[in-house]
Design a protein around this ligand. Structure first.
Ligand code: FE
Length: 144
C-alpha cells in the first residue's frame, strides 16, 4: 500500500503506491506508526478524486467527484484523533490538463502515477476532535 523511510525521529517520507487511495493509505500509515497528532503534506498524480465543500449557511457538505487525471500541486493537512480513531483533515489543490486548478477538502483520491508525502509526528497525545454546533465542524479539542 505504501513505503516509507524515517528521516529523523518522528519525521517520515511516505510513498503511496500507484492505484491506492490516498486517505485510506495515509490513515493506515498513521495507525501503523501510532501517530496521534501531526502534520502531512506533499504532491501526487491522481486519476480520480472526491473533494468536499462545507456550506457555512446550511452547514451541509457538498461532495464532488472528478474522474480525470490531475496533478496534486499541494496537499496539506493535519492528523489528530476522534473517538480514538485516526482523524485526517486534508486540503488539496489539483491542476487539470488545461492547467487550471480546483481544490477543497480531500475526501478521497486515487493515485495514478505517484504520491510523495511527508508526515511529521508531533508525538503529542490529547489532540482530539469534537463536533461544534455553531460551525458544523469537527474542531480541535485539546485535552491536558
Ligand atoms: Fe477543512
Amino acid at each position: 500500500m505504501y513505503k516509507f523511510r524515517e528521516a529523523s525521529q518522528g519525521r517520515y517520507i511516505l510513498s503511496i503506491d500507484n492505484h491506492q487511495e490516498i486517505s485510506m493509505a495515509l490513515a493506515a500509515f498513521c495507525r501503523e506508526k501510532d501517530i496521534r497528532s501531526g502534520i502531512v503534506g506533499g504532491i501526487a498524480a491522481i486519476g480520480e478524486a472526491t473533494f468536499r465543500f462545507l456550506d457555512p449557511a446550511t452547514k451541509k457538505y457538498v461532495d464532488k467527484t472528478f474522474a480525470e487525471q490531475m496533478e496534486v500541486t499541494c496537499l496539506t493537512g493535519n492528523i489528530s484523533r476522534k473517538d480514538g480513531e485516526v482523524y485526517l483533515h486534508l486540503h488539496v489543490t489539483a491542476s487539470r490538463r488545461d492547467y487550471s486548478c480546483i481544490g477543497g477538502h480531500l475526501l478521497t483520491a486515487r493515485v495514478n502515477g505517484a504520491c510523495e508525502l511527508y508526515v511529521e509526528d508531533y508525538g503529542l497525545d490529547g489532540v482530539g476532535r469534537r463536533f461544534d454546533e455553531e460551525t458544523g465542524l469537527n474542531l480541535y479539542d485539546f485535552q491536558k
